[in-house]
Design a protein around this ligand. Structure first.
Ligand SMILES: Nc1ncnc2c1ncn2[C@@H]1O[C@H](COP(=O)(O)OP(=O)(O)OP(=O)(O)O)[C@@H](O)[C@H]1O
Length: 534
């Protein structure tokens, strides 16, 4: 099992025992000084291959959101809450155009061990670490699928180059002060990917998708949090796909495939198939620096899918290929999926997520705001991106105040009952989940709706609303004497901010209560007279 965590030691095996206190270090912003080389690279075994028994904290069972009942995640913690940068400089996060891609490790990442490595290789399967307690069963995947990737509390801070200390002296002088402009690209992400899942990673530009993929691949070190990986990962993370521009396509195939764990003999056997897949036989002996971006990606993808990975991580790079190659890649992904391999891919194509994924993770400003069924997650994202109007201000599942359930009983807190006679007491109880960021004074109005959604009457909280803190609350609306009615009735709840009147959400519940009065269906009885005017 390979693990990436903030407890990494540079260029060496993992610590022998005990959880190290992280010495998180923000990534520097991409700039011209980022180098693709790895001066710290030591010699040694393939990176990421570690002694599973020595890893601190492995086996902490995390709790996972129930993907079948998607939930919004709490607002990300204030960056200030994260530990300040300390420890050795971290010049990684290179995005050099020359060697971006599959496997470029940041320099102080342990994967930097192993010579001129651009590995995204993770350790071969190590049985025993992921037991039944780790099983996850998100949408579309049989419950009990073992976890292959687990990210716990992942945060990633970058320091922009603008105000970054550029010398030791400056660093010393600024000690205790800000190291530069902090920017949190990821905030407290928890996610567990089960074996065989095809997971889409979606979100607006800059929401943190690529950063998360790189952290999972072990290419970026998280500022805090842990990643565990069970199995061999092949990743295609950026345009350029991790090739050495000075080498030919042929040499790069050998270099990359060997870094992904294949022997020379295995690569000899696969070579033709890789080249054919990439459709680059005519170019294979040219230096890859003369390749077009699409050709880079073809070769990178071809290598990645030929090394028999357990987990395939793919960034939006597919968009670079022409349509025919995209089709080929998607067919390959579908084949992997059918073989029960695990795939995590970033895409802006929400249709693709709906058609290919079992599950979607949606990021917003570095926070995971949704983890669950693709149809629901893409709807949320479309709403957020403004391509789909929200039903009411915000779908109730994502609102800061969520009407969770409604129940009917004669007395508040009494046994629930659904059938009533006119004149009887009825209490409609609305259960609300109030999250951080909800209005302080919450105003509810509930409509009792009859056939064809016709409102029969309305009940509301006092004008100032109720002050409800985060947590679960129940609001009871009691009707001492039900009017004469006949029919079945449902409840529609509107939530708004009592201070500003701003709507929060609306939910129409399916639960019904019935009243067996003498009236015609669904009508309220009022006293009246009928006279013929003289
Ligand atoms: N090395 C870096 N230094 C500073 N900021 C960075 C660095 N890498 C990424 N960022 C910033 O982190 C944020 C997340 O970037 P990331 O590439 O993960 O987003 P994304 O969701 O993949 O975006 P897109 O859809 O546009 O590809 C962005 O604001 C980006 O500018």
């Amino acid at each position: 099992m390979a693990r990436h965590s903030s407890a990494y030691q540079r260029g060496s095996a993992f610590p022998p025992s005990g959880r190290r206190s992280p010495s998180p270090q923000p990534e520097p912003a991409r700039d011209a000084t980022d180098s693709p080389t790895h001066p710290e690279a030591g010699s040694g075994a393939y990176p990421g291959v570690t002694d599973p028994l020595s890893y601190p904290g492995a086996g902490d069972p995390a709790t996972f959101p129930d993907a079948a009942s998607p939930r919004a995640y709490p607002t990300a913690a204030d960056p200030a809450a994260y530990p300040a940068a300390a420890g050795s400089p971290h010049p990684g996060a290179a995005r050099s155009p020359a060697y971006p891609g599959i496997s470029e490790p940041s320099m102080d990442h342990p994967n930097a061990a192993g010579g001129p490595a651009y590995p995204s290789v993770a350790a071969p399967n190590q049985p025993g670490r992921f037991g039944a307690a780790d099983a996850v069963g998100p949408a579309g995947v049989a419950p009990g699928a073992p976890a292959v990737i687990r990210a716990a509390g992942i945060s990633k801070r970058f320091v922009s180059g603008r105000n970054r200390a550029t010398s030791l002296k400056e660093r010393f002088v600024r000690r205790g002060g800000p190291a530069g402009d902090d920017f949190w690209a990821l905030r407290d992400i928890d996610a567990t990917i089960g074996r065989g899942q095809t997971v889409g990673l979606a979100g607006a530009n800059g929401s943190g998708k690529s950063t998360l993929l790189k952290v999972l691949a072990g290419i970026l070190r998280p500022t805090s949090g842990d990643v565990e990986v069970h199995g061999r990962i092949a990743s295609l993370l950026e345009l350029g796909a991790g090739f050495n521009g000075e080498l030919s396509g042929r040499d790069n195939v050998y270099l990359n495939a060997s870094l992904l764990g294949l022997s020379k003999r295995e690569i000899d056997r696969l070579f033709d198939s890789i080249v054919d897949f990439a459709e680059l036989r005519h170019k294979i002996d040219d230096d890859v620096k003369h390749y077009s971006s699409g050709q880079y990606v073809r070769l990178g993808f071809a290598v990645a899918v030929h090394v028999d990975p357990d987990v395939l991580l793919v960034d939006e790079v597919l968009a670079v290929g022409d349509e025919a190659f995209q089709r080929k890649c998607l067919a390959k992904i579908a084949e992997f999926r059918a073989q029960g391999r695990t795939i995590l891919f970033v895409t802006h194509s929400l249709d693709l997520i709906e058609s290919m994924c079992d599950r979607v993770l949606v990021l917003e400003s570095g926070s995971l705001i949704f983890d669950g069924q693709p149809a629901v997650g893409t709807k949320l994202l479309r709403q957020k991106l403004g391509s789909l109007p929200a039903e009411g201000p915000v779908d109730w599942q994502y609102a800061t105040v969520r009407p969770q359930s409604v129940s009917f009983s004669p007395e508040p807190g009494g046994l629930s009952m659904v059938q009533y006679d006119p004149g009887q007491r009825l209490t409609v109880s609305v259960e609300l989940d109030v999250t951080e960021g909800a209005p302080e004074n919450i105003y509810l109005h509930t409509y009792i709706v009859g056939q064809s959604e016709v409102p029969i009457w309305m009940m509301e909280t006092p004008a100032g609303g109720f002050v409800l803190g985060p947590g679960r609350h129940t609001v009871d609306f009691s009707v001492p004497h039900l009017p004469e009615l006949l029919g079945a009735f449902a409840i529609k709840v509107h939530v708004s901010d009592a201070a500003t009147g701003a709507p929060v959400t609306t939910r129409r519940f399916d639960e019904l209560f019935g009243v067996t009065g003498p009236q015609a269906d669904g009508l309220l009885k009022v006293d009246y007279e009928a006279r013929l005017r003289a």
